[in-house]
Design a protein. Structure first.
Lengths: 125, 435
């Protein structure tokens, strides 16, 4: 599976979108990948009616897959309805990364970010 | 060094090719795949023919339940089970009585927590573990401490990544009179650090004698997680001076699903350690009101039908190791470890973690600067090289050292210096792709 290490994907992980922290987030969560020690901290600001992800920032340490997928995901969910976010699937994250598939050993890396944002927004609903 | 060319012939899996069908191979000649270089032995070892044959032969020729029939197959099955058990106990320098079969090291440690801990650990007692410990020798005790309102105390590591004996001295002193269990790894699965059991046992026994309150002074039991030592060195349980020793068969060329808990006979005879699984096989009499357990210690800890085939497989693994000679096995491992340390250190991207001296056993772990361990392992896989990446079930260790994840190459009797050369070459590809 070394084809997952395409240059644009490595670039995405090295120069991620929406990387950082924000003041006074509405939601804040840290997720660990228990199998490898990856960690992602996500801050979210919601729209006044709490229905839409108004802004998102994240920080993390981990592999190319977990970091690149959180980066593309953060772009995707900005402006997205929370209800829409809850419906996002593994396949859609793969598509955002430009991948067709991922080995079973890397699924947790791929979904670390998605699980983090889903978990933090479902608590609020 | 062992003759790995001969050994590899006993392990068919080692000749297979790792194919990357969907890979846009960077070089065209890689399209047909790469020869497997298996360096994930601390997770599980491969199995020789003789082990697989012992298992299949049992099922094809002798399968029947043990100790429960008078027919020929039952006799054969019982004989295979009992002779295998004797062989395995001998391999570990233990009495036949002292060996309790379990699925793996984790189950063995859980067995001690239930069979010994439940009746011996009380409010405010102390259990000592180490940050070097695998989760299986931490979480089990954490849970027991929660149930009993006892205290779990961690011993740290030195700057070299070795078990910190000075810190251990301090903890033994600080909690004197309250400590009931010391549970340590023999060899760290993450760092290869070898704990000097002779020193540990002496320190514990000395500290027992120095307890302030002689009236209430109590025995400290020692449990050793031998998952990573049993595959590489001769274990002589009756000389170790420890009370419990746990091991997994699958890391020492045996099948998955079988391992052992060695318990000093005295603890079994005195009922200090009781059965923790109940049912058929382990009983003498069952009445509606009560049950009397089997007098025979050999049977008291076998509740239900045992895994006879795996027992035969593990006995075959012990025989295989015995034929190589455990002294040669250890020497082979130490030479590989030292060679790997020397070669990997030449790469400026690599930072070795853990001890670098001759005590390091079984594995070499490192941080590849600028790349995550998962990515390192994935690129190595594209070269046919199997290593482990992550925190290796030692989160407290990784957290204490502020390591996100490490990459580990671990060895067995079939590994050669060429395998390490392949790893070093593979890491050059990692740098090319990821840095």
């Amino acid at each position: 599976m070394s084809d997952i290490y395409q240059e644009d994907l490595i670039d995405e992980a090295k120069n991620p979108n929406n990387y950082g922290e924000m003041d006074n987030p509405d939601l804040f969560s840290t997720q660990y990948n228990a199998s490898c020690g990856d960690v992602i901290t996500v801050s979210v600001k919601l729209s006044p009616d709490k229905q839409v992800i108004a802004d998102i920032k994240w920080k993390g340490q981990g592999c190319v897959i977990s970091q690149a997928s959180m980066s593309v995901l953060s772009q995707k969910v900005k402006g997205l309805k929370v209800s829409e976010l809850q419906k996002l699937t593994q396949k859609e994250v793969l598509q955002e990364l430009g991948l067709d598939e991922i080995s079973v050993g890397r699924v947790k890396c791929l979904l670390l970010g998605l699980n983090a944002v889903k978990k933090m927004t479902s608590k609020d609903e | 060094m062992l003759n790995t060319d001969n050994i590899i012939r006993n392990f068919p899996i080692l000749t297979r090719v790792i194919k990357k069908e969907n890979s846009q191979a960077i070089e065209a000649n890689q399209a047909n795949g790469k020869k497997l270089v298996y360096l994930d032995n601390a997770a599980t070892s491969q199995k020789p023919y003789s082990v697989v044959e012992a298992i299949s032969s049992y099922y094809l020729n002798n399968n029947a339940n043990v100790h429960r029939g008078v027919h020929t197959l039952a006799d054969e099955s019982t004989t295979i089970f009992e002779t295998s058990k004797i062989k395995i106990a001998q391999f570990f320098g233990a009495k036949n009585n002292e060996l309790i079969f379990v699925r793996n090291t984790t189950e063995a440690i859980n067995g001690v927590a239930y069979g010994w801990g439940e009746q011996n650990i009380n409010l405010e007692d102390v259990i000592i573990v180490s940050v070097l410990d695998h989760h299986s020798n931490i979480v089990v005790w954490q849970e027991l401490c929660k149930r009993k309102k006892a205290k779990l105390v961690f011993v740290g590591i030195t700057s070299e990544g070795k078990f910190d004996e000075e810190d251990f001295d301090e903890k033994l002193k600080k909690f004197s009179g309250k400590i009931k269990m010391v549970a340590l790894p023999h060899v760290s699965n993450a760092l290869g650090s070898t704990v000097d059991l002779k020193t540990i046992v002496k320190k514990v026994r000395d500290s027992e004698k120095q307890q302030v309150d002689k009236v209430k002074s109590q025995k400290i039991r020692i449990l050793i997680d031998g998952a990573q030592s049993a595959p590489h060195m001769k274990i002589n349980f009756n000389n170790l001076g420890v009370d419990f020793f746990a091991f997994s068969g699958h890391k020492m060329l045996g099948p998955m699903g079988i391992g052992g808990l060695l318990v000093r006979e005295e603890l079994l005879k005195s009922d200090e350690m009781r059965p923790w699984l109940f049912g058929g096989g382990m009983i003498a009499e069952v009445h509606e009101s009560h049950t009397i357990f089997n007098d025979d210690i050999n049977e008291r800890f076998v509740a239900g039908t045992p895994d006879v085939a795996s027992t035969a497989g593990l006995a075959a693994a012990c025989e295989y190791m015995d034929n190589l000679g455990m002294d040669n096995v250890l020497k082979h491992d130490h030479e590989l470890v030292q060679y790997a340390l020397t070669e990997l250190e030449k790469d400026k991207n690599i930072e070795i973690v853990g001890p670098k001296d001759e005590t390091r056993t079984g594995s070499v772990s490192f941080i590849f600067k600028g790349a995550h361990a998962h990515d390192v392992a994935q690129v190595l896989d594209s070269e046919g090289i199997a290593v482990r990446s992550g925190h290796h079930c030692t989160m407290p260790l990784h957290t204490s050292q502020k390591w996100i994840a490490t990459t580990r190459a671990s060895f067995q009797v079939y590994n050669s210096k060429e395998d390490i050369d392949a790893l070093v070459d593979g890491l050059k590809k990692v740098a090319k792709i990821l840095l």
